[in-house]
Design a binder for this molecule. Structure first.
Ligand code: NAD
Length: 495
């Protein structure tokens, strides 16, 4: 792996990207961009407000209705998307460095978990672009009737800060493959790689207006995009709280369609016959990968009573050995939380766990060792004897805090596993294939991983049941979310 500390960060052009032009925000606002590992400013990014979003949406509308993009066939769009993917892949170090400095995640995770997968997703959808197929329908009567899959139009893509490059690509890949045009609003905390993606898209040959990038505050740029009557669809990844606002904005404007990828409180169920080495490692990374800032973090580990004590002991021992520190150091396993404010939220949850009677087994405090005192570092934290009703067992913490619980039988495990408002992912650890399959059917979540966790592939859909979301990212199911079906009837003369 490249030595990240030897690289010089290449920041993007710090202006909005609208209609193929880098422009200053109309109201001249800026967003402070902080390196959470040092607490120091990296730069000031432009902050879009409603007038900028309006310009961006109008550019996207023109590009959709009149521009060459609308007239290109699927395979031709796929060729542009493939160039976009290749450019991102060839500059992955450069992107990963900026992501690591801006988000606090390790350079290694930025490379392998964020930028690399983002490029792969663009490449995957470049292949699917020529496959938006219709069908000929066997209707009764003298008709030739078929369906066409047509692009939905202008997409507002609103993404969070935890996987800024990857999640932007999860939206851009299928939207562009389908023939939509996009206004991308990254999180105010991590606007840099979205602006860099905008530059790459132009270099790849995306016509002006097809991708516009408008960093800004959620309640300004985000809200303006959500309320804009010329936006046909919102593709959102973020919190349930914001999702509810988007639904209201859609209802108050033009009933724009929504894909919502929201939070989770995903359980991992461990049975005594499991491969314990593999299960410990997967439960460890399931919560501590990307500093716990993962929507599908395995934040609850449910262990059968017979295996609970030794299993949790091993998990705690692994957590105590975790290397927390400089995100650019190749030996570091966990970097800094995304911001000081987020760190305070996570510490609040840790306090609630203690107050509600959970047993703090390791961690539980800010990590202030050495240089880490300057940044937003947390100790990897494991609670034991967690009750299913406690806040740390019910609410998404989005940080490196694991809740361990005991169960007696499969029925209890299922009841606890399904006993939150969420339903994003679940893990099952057992060598009993029949048990695993029954649980896979009865767990209420969009993904079930059996004897593995956190596995992703562009061909497999990702998304949630219940309050974890609507619709799916990745796979051909994602493409459905950016197209609409038209039925065409032709009356045939008698022969
Ligand atoms: P958030 O909802 O606060 O922000 C997400 C995005 O929405 C940001 O770009 C923000 O600026 C924007 N936003 C905020 N208020 C808005 C408004 N009123 N109108 C329009 N846009 C607005 O979430 P976050 O804190 O950035 O991210 C963490 C959340 O994202 C967690 O709940 C996590 O589980 C979820 N998440 C889900 C997935 C998934 O695929 N299911 C992946 C990653 C993160």
């Amino acid at each position: 792996m490249t030595d990240a500390r030897a690289l010089t960060p290449r920041l993007p052009t710090l202006r909005l990207l609208i209609d193929g032009q880098h422009v200053e925000p109309v109201e001249g606002g800026t967003l402070p961009v902080i390196n959470p590992a040092t607490g120091e400013p990296l730069c000031e990014a432009p902050a879009a407000t409603a007038p900028d979003v309006d310009r961006a949406v109008r550019a996207a509308r023109r590009a959709f209705e009149e521009g060459p993009w609308a007239r290109l066939g699927g395979r031709a769009r796929g060729n542009v998307l493939r160039r976009f993917a290749e450019l991102l892949s060839s500059r992955r170090d450069e992107f990963a460095l900026v992501e690591s400095l801006n988000n606090g995640k390790t350079f290694r995770q930025a490379l392998s978990g964020d930028v690399g997968p983002g490029a792969a997703t663009l490449a995957y959808f470049s292949e699917l672009a020529g496959h938006c197929l219709g069908e000929v329908l066997p209707v009764d009567g003298p008709f030739h009737t078929y369906t066409r899959r047509e692009p939905l139009g202008v997409v507002g893509a609103i993404v969070p800060w935890n996987y800024p490059t990857c999640l932007a690509c999860w939206k851009l890949g299928p939207a562009l493959a389908a023939g939509c045009t996009v206004v991308l609003k990254p999180s105010e905390l991590t606007p840099l790689t979205a602006l860099k993606l905008g530059e790459l898209a132009l270099e790849a040959g995306l016509p002006p207006g097809v991708l516009n990038v408008v960093p800004g505050l959620g309640d300004q740029a985000g809200e303006a995009l959500a309320r804009h009557p010329e936006v046909d669809k919102l593709s959102f990844t973020g919190s349930g709280r914001t999702a509810r606002r988007l639904l209201q904005a859609s209802a108050a404007s033009n009933l724009k369609k929504l894909t919502l990828e929201l939070g989770g409180k995903s359980p991992q169920l461990v049975f005594p016959d499991a491969d314990m080495d593999a299960a410990v490692e997967a439960c460890f990374w399931g919560i501590f990968s990307n500093k716990g800032e993962i929507c599908n973090a395995g934040s609850r580990v449910l262990v059968h009573r017979d295996a609970y004590e030794p299993f949790v002991e091993r998990l705690v021992a692994r957590a105590r050995k975790m290397v927390v520190g400089d995100p650019l150091d190749a030996r570091t396993e966990m970097g800094a939380q995304v911001s000081e404010k987020h760190l305070m939220t996570v510490l609040g949850y840790i306090r609630s766990g203690v107050e509600q009677g959970a047993r703090l087994l390791t961690g539980g405090a800010r990590d202030t060792g050495g240089d880490r005192a300057r940044g937003a570092f947390l100790q990897p934290t494991v609670f034991g004897d967690v009750g299913p009703g406690m806040r740390i067992a019910q609410e998404e913490i989005f940080g490196p805090v694991l809740a361990c619980m005991r169960f007696d039988d499969d029925a209890e495990a299922l009841e606890v596993a399904n006993g939150t408002p969420f339903g994003l992912a679940a893990g099952v650890w057992t060598r009993d294939v029949a048990r695993a399959q029954v649980l896979a059917q009865r767990l209420r979540s969009g993904v079930v991983w059996i004897n593995c966790y956190n596995e992703f592939d562009d061909a497999a859909p990702f998304g949630g049941f219940r309050e974890s979301g609507w619709g799916r990212d990745l796979s051909h199911h994602a493409l459905d979310g950016y197209t609409q079906v038209k039925a065409v009837w032709t009356k045939l003369p008698p022969v």
